[in-house]
Write a protein that binds this ligand. Structure first.
Ligand SMILES: O=C(CO)[C@@H](O)[C@H](O)[C@H](O)[C@H](O)COP(=O)(O)O
Length: 159
């Protein structure tokens, strides 16, 4: 993630339900700030524009809501984070496949045994629990830890 941002790429995130909340939370910490006064960094959640999401879902199917946004807004050198507690959400799987075509690095924040996404993502952080709420709680912690590491990695340890 640090390499992506240092090289001018952006972080793109998506998830369903509670994981959609995690995706927008992550983007907020990166674009706004986590704990440090610093320049803004580029990150976006694909879950937050109801007009875009409903248009794609209505016209192309819910499976396409993230893949089509990546097709339109993702660039080589970006990094996509797909958040899925089951690892089996079809719209995240399709998003990852679109990223591969566009040379976008893929990261899975997953749960259980990682599901179908485990082997598809370039990197996977998989919470080995069968409880969706417990997985989500560890994902939220992971979001904060990642944001802390990004800030410290790019701007130093000033807090
Ligand atoms: O928050 C919860 C359950 O705690 C739900 O909204 C949950 O996120 C939804 O069922 C999601 O559709 C599950 O998708 P996924 O994590 O398996 O990809």
């Amino acid at each position: 993630m640090i390499e992506t941002l240092n090289n001018g790429g952006k972080i793109i995130l998506a998830g369903n339900g509670g994981s959609a909340a995690d995706a927008q939370h992550f983007a907020g910490e990166i674009v706004g700030r986590f704990t440090m006064e610093r320049n803004s960094l580029p990150a976006m959640s694909l879950c937050v524009d109801p007009s875009v999401v409903t248009c794609i879902a209505n016209d192309y199917g819910y499976e396409e809501v993230f893949a089509r946004q990546i097709e339109g807004m993702g660039n080589a050198g970006d990094l996509f984070v797909g958040i899925s507690t089951s690892g089996n959400s079809e719209n995240i799987i399709r998003a990852i496949n679109t990223c591969k075509k566009k040379k976008i690095t893929t990261v899975g924040l997953l749960g259980k045994n990682g599901g179908k996404l485990q082997g598809l993502c370039d990197y996977a952080l998989t919470v080995p629990s069968n409880s969706t709420p417990r997985i989500q709680e560890v994902h939220t912690l992971s979001v904060h830890l990642l944001c802390e590491m990004i800030e410290k990695g790019i701007f130093g340890v000033n807090e």
